[in-house]
Design a protein around this ligand. Structure first.
Ligand code: DGL
Length: 267
């Protein structure tokens, strides 16, 4: 039965783990295979070609693992490579991303000025800007890239240092009433950003909205895994870097010890 097959999730590192965790919360019977390309991190500072080539490699790998669906849990990959990925894989496998469910969510209707913070490659793509402009004529958009933020989060930088670093960026986004954390790594510091704005800016609940959308679609396509504990396996987490201490720590913090963590090297 195809609904027993795993869901594949990819990101450049630990960012997508937050989406994976939410999948386990909302759909506890799903098996997961995660891929964090941490040796090549940050994707946000790479060219479009680099992002496309690497995303295709990872997706082909997950496809070979017989995933029933793929979640691109990375804004930099989605905004730079989604069209090419869809062209190559859409007839083979169900593909989700972390941007479209947010754009299509009615929540954006209630606000006037939206801020978007993200990696340089996501901002450069104008993926958010063009889509929001298209669907929401009333919204003012301010977008800002924060070049080193995802790297600092991936490499376990001290939170105080991170806040000092982002303060200089966020002061330029003062008059907004809603903010999109358009990089999955930033979801780890959502509370700190919320505090910076003295809780006066609405921060979208990205993982919840994204996973609700995935669940809806899996149900519609009869692909949701139904309750049968014997079918549930330990989730598998692939990473590409030799130095994986922090990756492993994050995996275990979110998923416990009943996990497989493995290094994968592409030839
Ligand atoms: N987590 C990725 C995203 O959502 C990017 C991190 C990186 O730059 O590698 O954009």
């Amino acid at each position: 039965m195809k609904n027993k097959y795993p869901i594949g999730i990819l990101d450049s590192g630990i960012g997508g783990l937050i989406i994976a965790k939410e999948i386990k919360i909302q759909m506890p019977n799903e098996n997961l295979i995660y891929f964090g390309d941490n040796i090549n991190m940050p994707y946000g500072n790479k060219s479009k070609k680099f992002i496309v080539d690497n995303a295709i490699k990872i997706i082909s790998f997950l496809y070979e693992k017989k995933c029933k669906a793929l979640v691109i849990a990375c804004n930099s990959i989605t905004s730079n490579a989604l069209d090419i990925i869809l062209e190559k894989f859409k007839n083979k496998i169900l593909i989700f991303n972390v941007i479209d469910p947010i754009i299509k969510n009615n929540i954006l209707l209630s606000y006037k000025k939206i801020g978007i913070i993200s990696t340089p490659s996501t901002i450069r793509s104008n993926f958010y800007f063009n889509k929001i402009k298209y669907y929401y004529h009333h919204l003012d958009i301010v977008q800002l890239s924060i070049p080193l933020l995802a790297f600092f989060i991936e490499n376990d930088f001290n939170i105080k240092k991170i806040i000092d670093y982002i303060r200089n960026y966020l002061i330029h986004l003062r008059s907004i009433d809603i903010l999109i954390l358009a990089c999955t790594h930033y979801l780890y510091i959502k509370n700190e950003i919320y505090k910076f704005y003295k809780k006066k800016v609405y921060l979208i609940d990205i993982q919840k909205i994204v996973v609700e959308e995935i669940k809806k679609k899996l149900i519609k396509k009869s692909l949701l895994s139904l309750k049968d504990k014997s079918d549930i396996q330990y989730p598998i987490f692939y990473h590409t870097s030799n130095k994986n201490n922090f990756f492993q720590k994050k995996v275990q913090l979110l998923f416990g010890n009943k996990v497989f963590i493995e290094q994968h090297k592409f030839n």
